[in-house]
Design a binder for this molecule. Sequence first.
Ligand SMILES: [Mg+2]
Length: 230
Amino acid sequence: MAPPLDAPDFRTIETWIFDLDNTLYQADSNLFAQIESRMTDFIARRLDIHPGEAYTLQHFYFRTYGSTLNGLMICDHVDPEDFLAYVHDIDLSPLHPDPALRPALERLPGRRTIFTNGCRKHAGRVLEQIGLGGLWDDIWDIRTLNFVPKPEPAAYARIVEVGGFAPAAAAMFEDTARNLVPAHALGMTTVFLHNGSRFSLQGPETAPVAHHNFAHEIDDLAKFLQTIRL
Ligand SMILES: [Mg+2]
């Protein structure tokens, strides 16, 4: 059945950009909680501090430098490869495929890409686990970004450069609101996925992101993708 004429219009979109964690799988899998706990552990060991202190620092870095890793690289000269290998060594068994999501992604015309502050290996493992392997033209990971993470504007300039796409003909899907602000500024069509996770709209210390940065706000990615006009 064709989408109704008043359905969201994505007919000009040629490049489809998806965040990975908590966007392509449900936040209630608590997978990211595992990663966060590995981050705390890594910081406590590496900096030889109490886990409570490590947790506070981790969240300070996330708020201040875009990602915990970026803060660790800038302030503590941590080797990013050590960090990525450690924090992504997690159990993926809580993740299950959403049977509606793969066909919803397959119907999108043009190029499908992943844009993540994590690493390519983690992305590959997760995508296989949730039944979304083999769908992607590119995976832009933190190495692609030269370790400058979302929401730094340089990260977006980098994907436009390596991807060679027109931002006005791109749509970006994200569960972390602040990561859509630079995408909106570049002219991308932004879709904010409410997933109920702690960092989704903003942390408690930071003002919420203004709604005008989102072209669409949704709570079910597969359902949304099945109903848009293409
Ligand atoms: Mg995310």
